[in-house]
Design a protein around this ligand. Structure first.
Ligand SMILES: [Zn+2]
Length: 249
């Protein structure tokens, strides 16, 4: 780290539990963020400001006026532009010290698998089950930690699936594909803006802890937020011994 970096990240360096070694690990790491919507907005901005050295953001959508209520990485002038590029522009403004790659595409299973192999940590900030399951498969296959988030109405959830551990559950153990209903979409259901911010920021925190090797992560635990009551609930995620994704690896 040079002097400018030491200043920029000084409030991390002051943390006894974090410090220079952890900051250097962040600077050397590559985070893959799938989705630059509400969850991705918060996650991306904290990853960038914190000094995640390389960030790949992938999203095939364009910024719409209805997004701006909660997708805080985008600006009014970005309406009609691709979300990935819009997010990357904001992140470069926050921290020119890091490398940001914008992929303006909706990645399918094979593309996701290739992207996951290049990353050190993966954040699922997507809004559909097909992507969530494909991303989970890719993370299990490549043994990469996955930080999964979701938010709708006043409800949020966040969990870590760390496939580096042999006995770790995966996303499929929790939400089997047979049970899939197309997720209740923001377009018809509504979403209380700060919910996706709270969950996205939590995803960033977990991703950073996973990279830095700091603290106890959410691995194997699901946190459920009820923002109307402002209460959190924690559920242990059991591994499904018959899970078709993680039991055969
Ligand atoms: Zn599984």
């Amino acid at each position: 780290m040079d002097d400018q970096q030491r200043l920029r990240y000084s409030r991390h360096l002051l943390l006894n539990e974090f410090g220079e070694e952890a900051q250097q690990r962040l600077l050397d790491a590559h985070a893959l963020v799938i989705g630059a919507g509400g969850l991705g907005s918060a996650a991306l901005m904290y990853l960038a400001s914190s000094g995640m050295g390389r960030i790949t953001v992938c999203d095939g959508d364009k910024v719409d006026l209805t997004n701006l209520q909660r997708q805080v990485v985008h600006r009014q002038e970005s309406i009609g532009k691709p979300k990935a590029g819009s997010a990357a522009a904001t992140l470069k403004g926050i921290n020119p010290d890091i490398r940001i790659e914008a992929l303006e595409e909706r990645a399918g299973p094979e593309r996701l698998a290739a992207l996951v192999r290049t990353a050190d940590v993966v954040l699922d900030c997507s809004d559909n089950f097909a992507t969530r399951h494909a991303l989970n498969r890719a993370c299990v296959a490549a043994r990469k930690p996955l930080v999964s988030g979701a938010g709708i109405r006043f409800d949020g959830q966040v969990a870590v699936f760390d496939a580096r551990a042999a006995d770790a559950p995966c996303y499929h153990c929790l939400f089997g594909e047979g049970e899939d209903l197309e997720p209740t979409r923001c377009a018809v259901m509504g979403v209380f803006a700060p919910v996706v911010g709270i969950i996205g920021a939590t995803q960033a925190a977990e991703a950073m802890k996973l990279i830095a090797g700091v603290g106890a992560t959410l691995a194997g635990r699901l946190l459920l937020l009820d923002a109307l009551a402002m209460s959190w609930r924690e559920v242990r995620i059991p591994r499904d011994p018959h899970c078709p994704v993680c039991s055969t690896r």
